[in-house]
Design a protein around this ligand. Structure first.
Ligand code: F6P
Length: 324
């Protein structure tokens, strides 16, 4: 049933990523263009449990398209994970007369949106924004492209010193449950090895390859490790123990979540924000906006959160083929 929606709340939740501001801008301006009032909810779901809620204007989202982070701030709210917390959040939405909610975030945040809809029937639309790119049914999430490019720039620099000092470098990138960033950046950086949570790794056979390579005159290695697979420190220790070769580590960590969004993330943000507003205007609820084969789509929120995106096996194999 199409509900009469006048006021839309928007929040960013969970781990921040680059491009969130560009999505907020698109939601606010597309929303106002379509005749809605748009309210910014600060600090994610925590903002619905006693935080700041402010009416947004086209001006309040000026000059943020190029800025990393989120002007609405973000948080991981344990309280909202409970049914009581969600009831409290719904009371706030009723009190502020907010008729629908747009949630910008990763899987935990979008599961929260789905539960809010299921328990309280408020129309919700999710926008995938996470460096991990683990939401099912969308080829890309906001922030992933920027994170991959930030990691790539760093690894290119590390390669310079790896070659100059003839060292092995083990570089740890983010990716708690899936190896998307590791895989993409390893292929783009021309890494010799990539370790991801989806595939069992064998350090002994990797060390064998390194020893063979050394005999053929190869002088440096770049090995990319997703944090969900193991730690760079652990792999470096094993390489040193088995070879004695000069090995160093770099953990890229939170720098992958910051920086100015790439053109791709900004364009995706513009499209996703408008699509979320259109979805609410058309009476769609409990959906996530997605991109698949270059087309913007709506998919069920519980489907998007039900499983992780699969690893691109052809990219995985290509890394091995090209690392000879
Ligand atoms: O979900 C995005 C992400 O950056 C993961 O890659 C990482 O494991 C996690 O967030 C870190 O979470 P926190 O910000 O709570 O330390």
């Amino acid at each position: 049933m199409k509900k009469n929606i006048k006021r839309i709340g928007v929040l960013t939740s969970g781990g921040d990523c680059s491009g969130m501001n560009a999505v907020i801008r698109s939601v606010v301006r597309s929303g106002i263009y379509s005749g809605f009032e748009v309210y910014g909810i600060y600090h994610g779901y925590q903002g619905l449990l006693g935080g700041k809620i402010k009416k947004m204007s086209c001006r309040s989202v000026g000059n943020i398209i190029n800025r990393g982070g989120t002007i609405l701030k973000t948080a991981r709210s344990q309280q909202f994970e409970t049914p009581e917390g969600r009831t409290h959040a719904m009371d706030t939405l009723r009190e502020k007369m907010i008729d629908a909610l747009i949630v910008i975030g990763g899987d935990g945040s979008l599961i929260g949106a789905h539960l809010l809809y299921k328990e309280h029937h408020i129309p919700v639309i999710g926008i995938p924004a996470t460096i991990d790119n683990d939401l099912h049914g969308t080829d890309f999430s906001i922030g992933t492209d920027t994170a991959v490019n930030v990691a790539l720039e760093a690894i290119d620099k590390i390669r310079d010193t790896a070659i100059s000092m003839e060292r092995i470098f083990v570089i740890e990138v983010m990716g708690r449950d899936i190896g998307y960033i590791a895989l993409q950046v390893a292929l783009a950086a021309g890494a010799e090895e990539v370790l991801v949570p989806e595939i069992d790794y064998d350090v002994e056979s990797m060390v064998l390859d390194i020893k063979k390579g050394r005999k053929k005159g190869k002088i440096s290695w770049v090995i990319v490790v997703a944090e969900g697979a193991t730690s760079a420190a652990e792999i470096a220790k094993q390489i040193i123990d088995m070879t004695g070769f000069d090995t160093r580590i770099t953990v890229l960590g939170y720098l992958q979540r910051g920086g100015s969004p790439t053109a791709m993330d900004r364009i995706l943000a513009a499209s996703f924000g408008k699509a979320a507003i259109d979805a609410l205007a058309n009476g769609d609820i409990d959906k996530m906006v997605a991109i698949s084969a270059d087309k913007i789509k709506l998919i069920d929120l519980d489907y998007a959160c039900s499983q992780k995106n699969e690893l691109n096996m052809s990219h995985y194999k290509l890394i091995k083929i090209l690392a000879t």
